[in-house]
Design a binder for this molecule. Sequence first.
Ligand code: ZN
Ligand code: ZN
Length: 357
Amino acid sequence: MQHFERGRLHGHNIVAVLPGSAPEQQAGHVVIGAHYDHLGHGQTGSLALFGEKGEIHNGADDNASGSAALLEIAEAFATLEPRPERSVVFVWFDAEEQGLIGSQYYVEHPRFPLRRCAAMFNLDMVGRARDGRVAVLGATSGEGLERIVLGAARRNRLDATLVPYMVPNSDHFSFYRKKVPVAFFTTGLHADYHRPSDDADRIDMQTLVRIARCAFDAARTVAATAGPRPAWHEVRSAPFGFMALELLEGLTGREGFGKLARALYGPVAGAVVLPSEHGLEVLYVEPDSALAEAGVRAGDRLEAARGGLLGSRRHALGGRLGRLRLWAALTGPPATLELRRGDRSLSIPFPPRHDAR
Ligand SMILES: [Zn+2]
Ligand SMILES: [Zn+2]
């Protein structure tokens, strides 16, 4: 138990350690975390509507889902044979809702030096999957971490979308700032977010179990063998507009806001793309998406859609417009995608023409 004070706030992080088969000083460790605090009767941070004020906020999704998953993950690790070489540290953080205070305290007073922390996995709001999907944010912060997460997702039949953005909205951010590679699992915002209606009957248990298994699997892969820790990389921070639109979707329950947010900033129609000067670099294509079926692959660069250029010299805005153009092309009447694969230029019809095969 790790006690901390900040003004009138008294908090307790709960820290458990599973020693690795190799000494931590040599092999390092992995941290898996979830915050267990919530909003009480909604004194601070509540979005309760007028009639709900003062009611208990149970926080089934935020974050009983993550803390319960972490209990199961800890149990699975405890019975694992053979024991991983790296030690595993499980942390239930307090005072996340007041501004990541528990995790900030932990990174200043870590159980083991953070320079030996190979990766931190965070679970916050993992109970409200839509169509069985989970988003994993920030995994580009660790060399090879995305591959590990995707492998774990595949083995556990989990539909995971990697989002190459860093958002300072949960405890992983405290570790990221200390240059620890992180991966943040979340099923995102919804209309019951920070309201008394965030209750257990709305949890998608089936997907929650898959997410817990996937996080366990990914953490086990990193912990299994000691070696050099994955190199840390800076991750682009999500623009404020992205978060605002996502929040609007969560609060209003209208999918249009989220769609617009993702078109402007996030994964487009089953692919994660990064804007660049010459187009949209494709980082990842979901296996069953229409883009995959059309023949677009990771590593391609989408240069134009329906004749409109997708990149621009002025990166940020150009890229955003590029995503929006791509989204418009993929959701509108049939289009042609111009792309670059290595030194070849390809024209691909979209939607894919089945008769042409
Ligand atoms: Zn939370
Ligand atoms: Zn919260």
